[in-house]
Write a protein that binds this ligand. Sequence first.
Ligand SMILES: [Zn+2]
Length: 452
Amino acid sequence: MQRLNTRRIFLRRLAAAIGAVTVGEAPLAFAGAKNSIRDVRLERTDKSLRVVFDLAGSAKHKLFHLSNPSRVVLDFPGTTLPAGKRLAIEPSPLVKGLRYGKRNKDDLRVVLDLDQQMQTSTWVRRSGSRYQLIVEFDQPPVVSAAAPAKRKPVKTVEKKRPKKLRDLVIAIDAGHGGKDPGALGKRGTHEKKVVLQVARRLAKLLEREPGYKPVLIRNSDVFLPLRERINKARAAKADLFISIHADASPNPKAQGSSVYVLSENGASSEAARFLAQQENAVDLIGGVSLDNRDQMLASVLLDLSQRHTIETSQKAAQQLLAELNKVGKVHSPRVEKAAFVVLKSPDVPSVLVETAFISNPREEKRLRTREHQQKLARSMVKGIKKYFAEHAPDDSLVARMRTQEHVIQRGDTLSGIAHQYRVPVDHLRSVNGLASDKLLVGKKLKIPVAET
Ligand SMILES: [Zn+2]
């Protein structure tokens, strides 16, 4: 399977949504009414394999496919389960199981774990306020669900295993370098030098974090044009780009860290520039080829892409700023916006961190110390991790380390919950630091996302 980052997946879906319908939506029966899933089951015949949902209120849903491992995801808006109800299906060789959990505030997400990618079709039957949503799988011809006894040789099974989950790539860009020293402190400190030190410390710390792969855009005192920095990050398929700098101001009292993302103005001029380069544009919209008549679509996609990147960057920037705030003063309590060239990747979320004011003698002194550099690096690691705890792409190891929450209901047992989410009871105990299996109604349990 091709490696996709969130941006590309987003664009693929967007392109698919424009070009063809991949999202099934049945009409909502009572707008605003609470829906519930009464039951779910797997139905098998010689010819078909279906998962049937019994719903009350509405059959509104969104369906999409995810790969590595293969899954079908159904999001039911405003949907609950009847009290005490647990959803489960009898596992089959092709549809291996079902997981579910709350999403947003009152949506329900159901995930069907598949043995391999299969085409699906859905339809809805209605009787009064009762609905049946039928998800039918087009079975691959080789395997018959009716004859699961035919075991394949181990080698084939081995081949089908999902690929190793990928690391998140963090591009770390030490600002300036070579003939460009950056800002200069009163003690003669060169910005290019201290920011490289901080960048290296950040890389070293990230290397120790499972699921993260730091890439230093420069690791020596070299001059790199700004566009080349962007290109390097894109070539490394970075999930996040962080440019590290030290600020300067004529006012020697100016102090504190700032975090920047690209401003809208900077973005729109950049979109035009990128579109002018056909090659970039094709790559950007997820391999959808462009001829002249598609230019309009391309510009819409690119615009959305850039907007999406800025939104994503903003979220990452906020986490970074919050962590930097714990280390020392922040210059501005808000994420700043500017048209810095280095932030202009249309498809890599990018932030620029001004670690401190090198023009402030006190901050200059601190910036040179190992302790402060390490503090800055550590706070950036925390910010990065907090951001990805919620936004890691699905094919990443970090996404798999994510946990979900289960609010303990009356009648819940630890083994029951373990069964429901298909995680070992031991994991539940250790993740939640439980000394006993006694559960308190209303308390939240962390549920590790099931491995497949
Ligand atoms: Zn700088």
